[in-house]
Each structure stands twice: as structure tokens, then as C-alpha cells.
Write a protein that binds this ligand. Structure first.
Ligand SMILES: Nc1ncnc2c1ncn2[C@@H]1O[C@H](COP(=O)(O)OP(=O)(O)OP(=O)(O)O)[C@@H](O)[C@H]1O
Length: 217
């Protein structure tokens, strides 16, 4: 469960990116986050994943109030969250396999179990057979799939995706949406941001619309 209670995020020297937002996303729900560029979508996802801290208010994730946790406790919360970043954050000096292995290395998983999980995640996104490839050789869509494999390899209960379909053609974008739907169907809470609402329309899910850090009218 994700709960925002009167949350404001003010970046140093900047305007309020999120302005007093309160809402709840239930466990196992799939929700879209819509809004113009700069509306606060990425910031909201960063607050859920603990990458950014609220300036005011409380962000509660899986029963933990992130606003009150010490920085040293955040990694434990993050173990239950997978993030597909807007800027990919792929390591181009490592193979596809090593990129997906990264979250398991950080958690300190047993090597044999890790290898099994990396293969399963790559299989799920259709990249099995490309383990040894350098990510630079992957197409844009394949790189997005690599990011999804890396986000789900540790089987998080919450999956966050920041504009995962940006720069993809419509057919590929729909494919990616189907992938997220399949993670939702096996129980994950899924939050996906996009500024193209036409992709969300077919899924009949709740859409949280933001404008300038507040709920859009
Ligand atoms: N690290 C930062 N420092 C200062 N201001 C920031 C920072 N990150 C975001 N902002 C500002 O906060 C506001 C919200 O940005 P955010 O990236 O959350 O919006 P967004 O809806 O995700 O936009 P986009 O669709 O372009 O990614 C913008 O005005 C942005 O300039």
C-alpha cells in the first residue's frame, strides 16, 4: 500500500514540484500517472521509491513512513520496490546479464539463485539469448525491456515506471504496457507515468492526473 498524506516536495531553489497531495494506492492496484511535462510525475515516483524525501507531509510505503525513516533504513524499503527509470540508467560497460544482476548483487543474493532469477527475468521480457550482449547493441525497445528485467528481478511488490513508453512506436509501447499488466496480474502494485493518455485509455485503470504538482481539475 502507498499512502500520501499532505505531501509537498520543494527542490532547493525551485518551485514546489508536489503541492500538498493526499491519495492512496492499494496493494495490487495498477494505476497510471498522467500530466504535462514538469507536472511532478517523476517527483511523485521518486518520493514513493525513497529517492527523494518529502519536504512536508508523510509518504507511507508498505506500512513504513518514509518521511520518518533514517537514511540507513531506506535500502530495506527499496528491496521491495522496482523502478524503471526515465533515463534508463543502463551501465554500458557491462553486459545485459550483469545489468540485470545488479539489484541482486546489492541485496546480496546467493550466486546460483541470482543466475536463475536473471535468466527468468530476461526470459519474461524476451531477451533470453542476449545475456552476453553489450546493451549499446540493443534497440531502444530492447533497452527498455532490459530496464524492466532489472526492475523486476528481485520480485518487488511495487513496480514503478517513469514514462516507459516514451520514444517507442505505438505497437511497441502497447507491448511494454502488456508486460506491466502481466506483473500486475501476478500481484504487484504497478504505477506507470506517461504524458500520452491514449495509451492508458484501453486499460480501464485509475488515472491520477497532475498539473503543476497538484491534482488536475
Ligand atoms: N532535482 C531537481 N531540482 C530542482 N527542480 C527540479 C528537480 N527535479 C524536478 N524539478 C522541477 O520540479 C518540477 C516537476 O518535475 P518532474 O520531473 O517531477 O515532472 P514530470 O511530470 O516528471 O516531467 P517530465 O514529464 O518532463 O519528466 C519541474 O518544475 C522541474 O523543473
Amino acid at each position: 500500500m502507498i499512502k500520501f498524506d499532505q505531501v509537498t516536495k520543494r527542490y532547493p531553489g525551485s518551485i514546489d514540484a508536489i503541492k500538498g497531495l493526499s491519495f492512496q494506492i492499494d496493494r495490487g492496484e495498477m494505476v497510471f500517472l498522467a500530466g504535462h511535462s514538469g507536472a511532478g510525475k517523476s517527483t511523485l515516483l521518486k518520493l514513493i521509491s525513497g529517492i527523494e524525501r518529502a519536504t512536508m507531509g508523510n509518504v507511507v510505503v508498505n506500512g513504513q513512513n518514509l518521511s520518518k525513516l533514517r537514511a540507513s533504513q531506506l535500502p530495506y524499503v527499496r528491496q521491495h520496490i522496482g523502478v524503471v527509470f526515465q533515463d534508463h540508467k543502463i551501465l554500458y560497460d557491462r553486459s545485459v546479464f550483469d545489468n540485470v544482476m545488479l539489484p541482486l548483487d546489492i541485496i546480496g543474493f546467493d550466486r546460483r539463485e541470482s543466475t536463475r532469477r536473471v535468466h527468468a527475468a530476461l526470459d519474461k521480457v524476451g531477451l533470453l539469448g542476449k545475456e552476453k550482449t553489450n546493451p549499446i547493441r540493443l534497440s531502444g525497445g530492447e533497452q527498455q525491456r532490459l530496464c524492466i528485467a532489472r526492475a523486476v528481478v528481485h520480485r518487488p511488490s511495487i513496480l514503478l515506471a517513469d514514462e516507459p513508453s516514451a520514444n517507442l512506436d505505438r505497437a511497441y509501447a502497447l507491448d511494454i504496457m502488456e508486460l506491466f499488466k502481466s506483473f500486475h496480474q501476478v500481484g504487484a502494485t504497478v504505477v506507470i507515468s506517461a504524458h500520452d493518455e491514449t495509451l492508458m485509455a484501453d486499460y480501464g485503470r485509475r488515472i491520477i492526473r497532475l498539473a503543476h504538482g497538484a491534482f488536475a481539475a
